[in-house]
Design a binder for this molecule. Structure first.
Ligand SMILES: Nc1ncnc2c1ncn2[C@@H]1O[C@H](COP(=O)(O)OP(=O)(O)OP(=O)(O)O)[C@@H](O)[C@H]1O
Ligand SMILES: [Mg+2]
Length: 395
Protein backbone atom coordinates (compact mmCIF):
# COMPACT_ATOMS: atom_id res chain seq x y z
CA UNK A 1 0.00 0.00 0.00
CA UNK A 2 1.13 3.51 -0.79
CA UNK A 3 0.24 6.72 1.05
CA UNK A 4 0.54 10.00 -0.87
CA UNK A 5 0.26 12.99 1.41
CA UNK A 6 -0.57 16.36 -0.19
CA UNK A 7 0.46 19.30 1.94
CA UNK A 8 1.10 23.01 1.46
CA UNK A 9 0.00 26.52 2.36
CA UNK A 10 -3.69 27.46 2.43
CA UNK A 11 -5.36 27.74 -0.98
CA UNK A 12 -2.39 26.62 -3.13
CA UNK A 13 -4.34 23.75 -4.72
CA UNK A 14 -3.81 20.72 -2.43
CA UNK A 15 -7.37 19.42 -2.73
CA UNK A 16 -7.46 19.87 -6.50
CA UNK A 17 -4.13 18.09 -7.00
CA UNK A 18 -5.04 15.29 -4.57
CA UNK A 19 -8.35 14.76 -6.39
CA UNK A 20 -6.74 14.79 -9.84
CA UNK A 21 -4.04 12.38 -8.66
CA UNK A 22 -6.69 10.01 -7.27
CA UNK A 23 -8.55 10.04 -10.57
CA UNK A 24 -5.38 9.31 -12.51
CA UNK A 25 -4.40 6.46 -10.14
CA UNK A 26 -7.83 4.87 -10.53
CA UNK A 27 -7.49 5.10 -14.29
CA UNK A 28 -4.17 3.25 -14.07
CA UNK A 29 -5.95 0.43 -12.24
CA UNK A 30 -5.13 1.18 -8.60
CA UNK A 31 -7.82 0.76 -5.99
CA UNK A 32 -7.66 4.29 -4.65
CA UNK A 33 -9.04 6.16 -1.66
CA UNK A 34 -8.78 9.93 -1.34
CA UNK A 35 -9.25 10.95 2.24
CA UNK A 36 -9.75 14.50 3.43
CA UNK A 37 -7.86 15.17 6.66
CA UNK A 38 -8.73 18.88 6.58
CA UNK A 39 -11.53 19.74 9.05
CA UNK A 40 -12.71 22.32 6.49
CA UNK A 41 -13.44 19.66 3.86
CA UNK A 42 -13.64 20.62 0.22
CA UNK A 43 -12.94 17.28 -1.43
CA UNK A 44 -16.58 16.60 -2.32
CA UNK A 45 -16.83 20.17 -3.64
CA UNK A 46 -13.84 19.53 -5.83
CA UNK A 47 -15.75 16.61 -7.40
CA UNK A 48 -18.76 18.94 -7.55
CA UNK A 49 -20.97 16.53 -5.62
CA UNK A 50 -24.43 17.76 -4.76
CA UNK A 51 -24.28 15.99 -1.39
CA UNK A 52 -21.33 17.93 -0.17
CA UNK A 53 -22.85 20.98 1.47
CA UNK A 54 -22.93 19.45 4.94
CA UNK A 55 -21.00 16.28 4.21
CA UNK A 56 -24.22 14.36 3.73
CA UNK A 57 -22.77 11.18 2.29
CA UNK A 58 -19.03 11.58 2.30
CA UNK A 59 -18.63 11.08 6.07
CA UNK A 60 -18.42 7.44 4.96
CA UNK A 61 -16.42 6.33 1.91
CA UNK A 62 -18.26 7.57 -1.18
CA UNK A 63 -17.89 5.89 -4.56
CA UNK A 64 -16.72 8.05 -7.47
CA UNK A 65 -16.06 5.15 -9.84
CA UNK A 66 -15.18 1.43 -9.70
CA UNK A 67 -11.73 2.05 -8.34
CA UNK A 68 -12.08 5.41 -6.64
CA UNK A 69 -13.62 6.30 -3.31
CA UNK A 70 -13.50 9.57 -1.40
CA UNK A 71 -13.96 10.05 2.33
CA UNK A 72 -14.27 13.26 4.34
CA UNK A 73 -13.70 12.30 7.95
CA UNK A 74 -16.66 13.58 9.96
CA UNK A 75 -15.46 14.44 13.42
CA UNK A 76 -18.82 14.26 15.24
CA UNK A 77 -19.31 10.77 13.88
CA UNK A 78 -15.78 9.77 14.82
CA UNK A 79 -16.22 11.02 18.36
CA UNK A 80 -19.22 8.74 18.71
CA UNK A 81 -17.15 5.85 17.44
CA UNK A 82 -13.77 6.32 19.05
CA UNK A 83 -13.44 9.24 21.36
CA UNK A 84 -16.46 8.92 23.59
CA UNK A 85 -14.71 8.32 26.90
CA UNK A 86 -12.11 10.98 26.30
CA UNK A 87 -14.56 13.66 25.25
CA UNK A 88 -17.00 12.64 27.99
CA UNK A 89 -14.29 13.36 30.50
CA UNK A 90 -13.35 16.70 28.92
CA UNK A 91 -17.02 17.70 28.75
CA UNK A 92 -17.53 16.90 32.44
CA UNK A 93 -14.54 19.07 33.31
CA UNK A 94 -15.80 21.92 31.13
CA UNK A 95 -19.26 21.72 32.74
CA UNK A 96 -17.78 22.32 36.17
CA UNK A 97 -16.48 25.62 34.84
CA UNK A 98 -20.05 26.69 33.99
CA UNK A 99 -19.89 26.03 30.25
CA UNK A 100 -23.19 24.64 29.03
CA UNK A 101 -23.83 21.33 27.26
CA UNK A 102 -23.57 22.07 23.54
CA UNK A 103 -20.74 24.53 24.01
CA UNK A 104 -18.80 22.05 26.09
CA UNK A 105 -19.31 19.41 23.40
CA UNK A 106 -17.91 21.76 20.77
CA UNK A 107 -14.95 22.66 22.94
CA UNK A 108 -14.23 19.03 23.75
CA UNK A 109 -13.10 18.43 20.18
CA UNK A 110 -9.42 18.38 20.91
CA UNK A 111 -7.02 19.57 18.24
CA UNK A 112 -5.75 16.68 16.18
CA UNK A 113 -8.64 14.28 16.80
CA UNK A 114 -9.68 14.55 13.16
CA UNK A 115 -6.25 13.72 11.88
CA UNK A 116 -5.82 10.86 14.31
CA UNK A 117 -9.18 9.48 13.25
CA UNK A 118 -8.01 9.56 9.65
CA UNK A 119 -4.87 7.67 10.63
CA UNK A 120 -6.98 5.01 12.30
CA UNK A 121 -8.74 4.48 8.99
CA UNK A 122 -5.42 4.34 7.19
CA UNK A 123 -4.33 1.61 9.60
CA UNK A 124 -7.58 -0.27 9.19
CA UNK A 125 -7.39 -0.09 5.38
CA UNK A 126 -3.85 -1.36 5.50
CA UNK A 127 -4.83 -4.34 7.64
CA UNK A 128 -7.76 -5.15 5.38
CA UNK A 129 -5.70 -4.60 2.22
CA UNK A 130 -8.64 -2.57 0.93
CA UNK A 131 -6.72 -0.08 -1.21
CA UNK A 132 -3.53 0.10 -3.23
CA UNK A 133 -3.10 3.83 -2.72
CA UNK A 134 -4.43 6.24 -0.11
CA UNK A 135 -4.22 9.90 -1.09
CA UNK A 136 -4.38 12.24 1.90
CA UNK A 137 -5.70 15.73 1.28
CA UNK A 138 -4.30 17.63 4.24
CA UNK A 139 -5.17 20.86 6.01
CA UNK A 140 -2.90 23.87 5.36
CA UNK A 141 0.70 23.33 6.41
CA UNK A 142 0.58 24.33 10.08
CA UNK A 143 -2.06 21.72 10.87
CA UNK A 144 -0.68 18.97 8.71
CA UNK A 145 2.67 19.36 10.42
CA UNK A 146 1.05 18.77 13.76
CA UNK A 147 -0.67 15.76 12.31
CA UNK A 148 2.61 14.24 11.24
CA UNK A 149 4.22 14.60 14.65
CA UNK A 150 1.13 13.47 16.55
CA UNK A 151 1.56 9.69 16.37
CA UNK A 152 5.13 9.96 17.68
CA UNK A 153 4.04 12.37 20.40
CA UNK A 154 1.32 9.94 21.42
CA UNK A 155 3.82 7.12 21.39
CA UNK A 156 6.00 9.11 23.74
CA UNK A 157 3.04 9.87 26.01
CA UNK A 158 2.05 6.22 26.14
CA UNK A 159 5.57 5.08 26.98
CA UNK A 160 6.59 7.74 29.45
CA UNK A 161 3.53 9.39 31.00
CA UNK A 162 0.53 7.12 30.62
CA UNK A 163 1.54 4.24 32.94
CA UNK A 164 2.67 6.69 35.59
CA UNK A 165 -0.46 8.82 35.27
CA UNK A 166 -2.74 5.84 35.46
CA UNK A 167 -1.05 4.32 38.50
CA UNK A 168 -0.91 7.62 40.30
CA UNK A 169 -4.57 8.37 39.68
CA UNK A 170 -5.64 4.96 40.92
CA UNK A 171 -3.99 5.78 44.20
CA UNK A 172 -5.24 9.33 44.68
CA UNK A 173 -8.68 9.22 43.03
CA UNK A 174 -10.76 8.17 46.07
CA UNK A 175 -9.37 10.99 48.13
CA UNK A 176 -9.11 13.60 45.37
CA UNK A 177 -12.68 13.13 44.21
CA UNK A 178 -13.85 14.12 47.68
CA UNK A 179 -11.93 17.38 47.81
CA UNK A 180 -11.59 18.45 44.17
CA UNK A 181 -14.42 20.16 42.25
CA UNK A 182 -13.20 18.43 39.08
CA UNK A 183 -13.86 14.70 38.86
CA UNK A 184 -10.64 12.86 37.97
CA UNK A 185 -10.86 10.63 34.92
CA UNK A 186 -12.16 7.14 35.60
CA UNK A 187 -10.57 3.89 34.55
CA UNK A 188 -12.72 3.70 31.41
CA UNK A 189 -10.98 6.87 30.23
CA UNK A 190 -7.63 5.13 30.41
CA UNK A 191 -9.03 2.02 28.78
CA UNK A 192 -10.26 4.23 25.93
CA UNK A 193 -6.89 5.96 25.55
CA UNK A 194 -5.12 2.60 25.50
CA UNK A 195 -7.58 1.26 22.94
CA UNK A 196 -7.15 4.31 20.70
CA UNK A 197 -3.44 3.98 20.94
CA UNK A 198 -3.55 0.38 19.84
CA UNK A 199 -5.49 1.49 16.75
CA UNK A 200 -2.66 3.88 15.89
CA UNK A 201 0.06 1.31 16.36
CA UNK A 202 2.42 1.13 13.43
CA UNK A 203 1.45 4.52 12.01
CA UNK A 204 4.79 6.25 12.70
CA UNK A 205 6.57 3.39 10.93
CA UNK A 206 4.23 3.71 7.94
CA UNK A 207 4.79 7.46 7.73
CA UNK A 208 8.56 7.07 7.95
CA UNK A 209 8.86 4.33 5.35
CA UNK A 210 9.70 5.99 2.02
CA UNK A 211 8.44 2.86 0.26
CA UNK A 212 4.99 3.54 1.73
CA UNK A 213 4.57 7.25 2.40
CA UNK A 214 5.56 10.10 0.10
CA UNK A 215 4.91 13.75 0.77
CA UNK A 216 3.95 15.90 -2.22
CA UNK A 217 4.35 19.57 -1.43
CA UNK A 218 2.06 21.87 -3.37
CA UNK A 219 3.17 25.46 -3.78
CA UNK A 220 2.62 28.53 -5.98
CA UNK A 221 5.33 30.53 -7.77
CA UNK A 222 5.31 33.28 -5.13
CA UNK A 223 8.01 34.15 -2.67
CA UNK A 224 5.91 33.97 0.48
CA UNK A 225 4.38 30.66 -0.48
CA UNK A 226 7.85 29.32 -1.27
CA UNK A 227 9.15 30.25 2.19
CA UNK A 228 6.42 28.22 3.83
CA UNK A 229 7.13 25.34 1.47
CA UNK A 230 10.77 25.36 2.53
CA UNK A 231 9.84 25.30 6.20
CA UNK A 232 7.47 22.41 5.52
CA UNK A 233 10.24 20.55 3.69
CA UNK A 234 12.55 20.88 6.69
CA UNK A 235 9.84 19.86 9.11
CA UNK A 236 8.74 16.78 7.19
CA UNK A 237 12.36 15.70 6.79
CA UNK A 238 12.97 16.25 10.45
CA UNK A 239 10.07 13.97 11.23
CA UNK A 240 11.43 11.25 9.04
CA UNK A 241 9.00 11.69 6.13
CA UNK A 242 10.21 11.69 2.55
CA UNK A 243 9.23 14.55 0.25
CA UNK A 244 9.53 13.14 -3.27
CA UNK A 245 7.86 15.83 -5.34
CA UNK A 246 7.15 19.55 -5.41
CA UNK A 247 4.19 20.71 -7.51
CA UNK A 248 4.14 24.38 -8.43
CA UNK A 249 0.55 25.22 -9.20
CA UNK A 250 -0.92 28.27 -10.98
CA UNK A 251 2.02 28.99 -13.26
CA UNK A 252 1.06 31.66 -15.83
CA UNK A 253 1.15 30.21 -19.35
CA UNK A 254 4.18 31.01 -21.53
CA UNK A 255 2.30 32.44 -24.47
CA UNK A 256 0.54 35.05 -22.40
CA UNK A 257 1.32 38.54 -23.72
CA UNK A 258 -0.43 41.06 -21.56
CA UNK A 259 0.98 44.25 -20.06
CA UNK A 260 -1.06 43.72 -16.91
CA UNK A 261 0.61 40.36 -16.24
CA UNK A 262 4.17 41.29 -17.32
CA UNK A 263 5.40 41.84 -13.82
CA UNK A 264 3.70 38.70 -12.52
CA UNK A 265 5.36 36.65 -15.23
CA UNK A 266 8.78 38.05 -14.46
CA UNK A 267 8.46 37.41 -10.72
CA UNK A 268 7.05 33.91 -11.29
CA UNK A 269 10.04 33.13 -13.50
CA UNK A 270 12.41 34.22 -10.72
CA UNK A 271 10.64 32.17 -8.06
CA UNK A 272 10.37 29.11 -10.35
CA UNK A 273 14.10 29.27 -10.89
CA UNK A 274 14.68 29.51 -7.14
CA UNK A 275 12.36 26.54 -6.53
CA UNK A 276 14.23 24.31 -8.99
CA UNK A 277 17.56 25.13 -7.35
CA UNK A 278 16.37 24.82 -3.77
CA UNK A 279 14.66 21.49 -3.95
CA UNK A 280 17.07 19.68 -6.27
CA UNK A 281 17.32 16.70 -6.54
CA UNK A 282 13.63 16.49 -5.63
CA UNK A 283 11.72 16.77 -8.91
CA UNK A 284 9.56 19.85 -9.44
CA UNK A 285 6.37 19.73 -11.51
CA UNK A 286 4.73 22.82 -12.96
CA UNK A 287 0.97 23.12 -13.32
CA UNK A 288 -0.52 25.97 -15.35
CA UNK A 289 -3.13 28.40 -14.13
CA UNK A 290 -6.26 27.36 -15.97
CA UNK A 291 -8.76 29.79 -17.42
CA UNK A 292 -11.34 28.44 -14.98
CA UNK A 293 -11.74 26.90 -11.55
CA UNK A 294 -10.90 23.22 -11.20
CA UNK A 295 -14.27 21.80 -10.22
CA UNK A 296 -16.00 18.61 -11.34
CA UNK A 297 -14.74 15.46 -13.07
CA UNK A 298 -13.98 17.00 -16.43
CA UNK A 299 -11.85 19.80 -14.99
CA UNK A 300 -10.10 17.39 -12.63
CA UNK A 301 -9.20 15.16 -15.57
CA UNK A 302 -7.82 18.16 -17.39
CA UNK A 303 -5.69 18.94 -14.33
CA UNK A 304 -4.55 15.29 -14.12
CA UNK A 305 -3.47 15.48 -17.77
CA UNK A 306 -1.42 18.60 -17.01
CA UNK A 307 0.16 16.86 -14.00
CA UNK A 308 0.91 13.40 -15.39
CA UNK A 309 1.78 11.84 -18.74
CA UNK A 310 -0.89 9.28 -19.63
CA UNK A 311 1.05 6.23 -18.35
CA UNK A 312 2.98 8.06 -15.63
CA UNK A 313 2.53 6.38 -12.26
CA UNK A 314 2.06 8.79 -9.33
CA UNK A 315 2.39 5.85 -6.92
CA UNK A 316 5.87 4.88 -8.14
CA UNK A 317 8.52 5.01 -5.41
CA UNK A 318 11.21 7.39 -6.63
CA UNK A 319 13.11 8.31 -3.47
CA UNK A 320 14.05 5.68 -0.94
CA UNK A 321 16.78 7.31 1.06
CA UNK A 322 15.69 7.52 4.69
CA UNK A 323 15.92 11.02 6.17
CA UNK A 324 18.30 9.75 8.86
CA UNK A 325 20.46 6.74 9.58
CA UNK A 326 22.82 5.41 12.23
CA UNK A 327 26.39 4.49 11.35
CA UNK A 328 29.52 3.08 12.89
CA UNK A 329 32.75 3.96 11.10
CA UNK A 330 36.27 3.36 12.49
CA UNK A 331 34.81 2.69 15.93
CA UNK A 332 32.97 6.03 15.90
CA UNK A 333 29.23 6.21 16.13
CA UNK A 334 27.34 8.73 14.03
CA UNK A 335 23.80 9.84 13.42
CA UNK A 336 23.43 11.13 9.86
CA UNK A 337 20.44 13.38 9.22
CA UNK A 338 19.34 15.02 5.98
CA UNK A 339 18.50 18.63 6.68
CA UNK A 340 17.64 20.61 3.60
CA UNK A 341 18.15 24.39 3.95
CA UNK A 342 19.11 24.32 7.61
CA UNK A 343 21.77 26.89 8.47
CA UNK A 344 24.45 26.10 11.02
CA UNK A 345 23.46 28.63 13.64
CA UNK A 346 19.89 27.41 13.80
CA UNK A 347 20.54 23.84 14.84
CA UNK A 348 20.42 22.77 18.47
CA UNK A 349 21.33 19.28 19.70
CA UNK A 350 20.98 17.60 23.04
CA UNK A 351 20.37 14.25 24.63
CA UNK A 352 17.24 13.34 26.57
CA UNK A 353 16.98 9.84 28.00
CA UNK A 354 17.75 7.50 25.11
CA UNK A 355 16.76 10.07 22.51
CA UNK A 356 18.73 12.60 20.52
CA UNK A 357 16.82 15.86 20.30
CA UNK A 358 17.38 18.02 17.21
CA UNK A 359 16.04 21.57 17.17
CA UNK A 360 15.81 23.87 14.18
CA UNK A 361 14.35 27.20 15.22
CA UNK A 362 11.04 26.38 16.86
CA UNK A 363 10.87 22.87 15.40
CA UNK A 364 11.93 19.91 17.44
CA UNK A 365 12.40 16.25 16.73
CA UNK A 366 13.17 13.37 19.11
CA UNK A 367 15.18 10.66 17.42
CA UNK A 368 15.10 7.37 19.28
CA UNK A 369 18.64 5.96 19.37
CA UNK A 370 19.43 2.28 18.84
CA UNK A 371 20.58 0.43 21.99
CA UNK A 372 24.21 0.52 20.89
CA UNK A 373 24.10 4.32 20.95
CA UNK A 374 21.69 5.03 23.75
CA UNK A 375 24.40 5.55 26.37
CA UNK A 376 26.36 7.99 24.18
CA UNK A 377 26.08 11.76 24.03
CA UNK A 378 26.52 14.09 21.04
CA UNK A 379 30.09 15.39 20.98
CA UNK A 380 30.51 17.07 17.60
CA UNK A 381 28.33 17.92 14.67
CA UNK A 382 29.09 19.05 11.14
CA UNK A 383 26.79 20.29 8.41
CA UNK A 384 27.87 19.58 4.83
CA UNK A 385 25.79 19.49 1.67
CA UNK A 386 22.56 19.62 3.65
CA UNK A 387 23.62 16.61 5.69
CA UNK A 388 24.08 16.91 9.43
CA UNK A 389 26.44 14.36 10.94
CA UNK A 390 26.38 14.05 14.71
CA UNK A 391 29.24 12.21 16.34
CA UNK A 392 28.26 10.31 19.44
CA UNK A 393 30.76 9.69 22.24
CA UNK A 394 30.79 8.08 25.62
CA UNK A 395 29.68 10.69 28.13
N1 LIG B 1 -4.17 25.40 -11.69
C1 LIG B 1 -5.32 25.99 -11.33
N2 LIG B 1 -5.95 26.85 -12.20
C2 LIG B 1 -7.12 27.44 -11.84
N3 LIG B 1 -7.73 27.28 -10.69
C3 LIG B 1 -7.16 26.46 -9.77
C4 LIG B 1 -5.94 25.77 -10.05
N4 LIG B 1 -5.63 25.00 -8.98
C5 LIG B 1 -6.60 25.22 -8.06
N5 LIG B 1 -7.54 26.08 -8.54
C6 LIG B 1 -8.72 26.59 -7.83
O1 LIG B 1 -8.27 27.26 -6.67
C7 LIG B 1 -9.14 27.07 -5.58
C8 LIG B 1 -8.37 26.50 -4.39
O2 LIG B 1 -7.88 25.22 -4.72
P1 LIG B 1 -7.87 24.03 -3.66
O3 LIG B 1 -9.15 23.97 -2.92
O4 LIG B 1 -7.42 22.82 -4.39
O5 LIG B 1 -6.70 24.55 -2.71
P2 LIG B 1 -6.30 23.98 -1.25
O6 LIG B 1 -4.83 24.15 -1.17
O7 LIG B 1 -6.85 22.62 -1.07
O8 LIG B 1 -7.04 25.00 -0.29
P3 LIG B 1 -7.26 24.85 1.30
O9 LIG B 1 -5.96 25.27 1.91
O10 LIG B 1 -8.36 25.80 1.57
O11 LIG B 1 -7.61 23.43 1.56
C9 LIG B 1 -10.23 26.15 -6.07
O12 LIG B 1 -11.32 26.93 -6.43
C10 LIG B 1 -9.63 25.49 -7.31
O13 LIG B 1 -10.62 25.15 -8.24
MG1 LIG C 1 -8.06 21.81 0.53
Amino acid sequence: MRILLFSGKGGVGKTSLAAATGLHLAKLGYRTMIMSVDPAHSLADSFDLEVSLFHGKTGEPYRINDRLQIHEVNIQQEIKKHWREISAYVISVLRTTGISGVEAEELAILPGMEELSAMMYVNQYRREGAYDVIVLDCAPTAESLRFVSMPTTLDWYMKHIFPYHRGLLKAVRPLANRVSPVELPGDSYFANVADLFSKLEGIPELLEDPGVTSVRLVTNPEKMVLRETQRAFVYFSLHGLTVDQIAVNRVLPQGLVDAYFNEWQASQARVLDEIDKYFAPVPVKRVPLFTHEVCGLERLEELAAALYASQEDPAAVTRTEAPYRFEKTDGRYEVVIQLPFAAKGEIGLFKKGDELVVEIGALRRHIGLPTSMSALTPSRARLENQILTVEMMEG
